[in-house]
Structure formats: structure tokens, C-alpha cells
Design a protein around this ligand. Structure first.
Ligand SMILES: [Zn+2]
Length: 64
């Protein structure tokens, strides 16, 4: 499910933000480390892929 962007507050964590609460990498972020927003973060590839496959399946199929 699409959610508001969040990312890990840890400086040692990968600097990506997540927009899907089904994202395995996003679920691996402990609740006490979650921060809302996308500050200094790149979009999480898995979240982008999930959103893209929902919005435009044909284009995603051509890429892969
Ligand atoms: Zn993600």
C-alpha cells in the first residue's frame, strides 16, 4: 500500500526513502528509527518498482 514517504533515522542506514508499506526493506526499518519525509534520501528501488508496476505495467515489462 502506498504510504507517506519515510526513511531510517540511522546515519549508518542506506539513504533511501520508502513509499510502500509492503516494501521488505522498509519493513526492516525499526519503528523507532522511522522518520517521515525524504530528506537527503534517494527513492527506494523496490518502492519505485512497486508503484511503477501498478501505474504502467506495459512500460515496466518492456524494461525487464
Ligand atoms: Zn522501499
Amino acid at each position: 500500500m502506498r504510504v507517506r514517504p519515510y526513511h531510517s533515522a540511522r546515519s549508518t542506514a542506506v539513504h533511501v526513502y520508502h513509499e510502500d508499506d509492503d516494501c521488505p526493506a522498509g519493513r526492516a526499518v525499526p519503528w523507532f528509527d522511522k522518520v517521515e519525509g525524504r530528506r537527503d534520501c534517494e527513492p527506494c528501488p523496490q518502492c519505485v518498482g512497486a508503484v511503477t508496476s501498478c501505474l504502467d505495467r506495459s512500460a515496466a515489462a518492456e524494461v525487464s
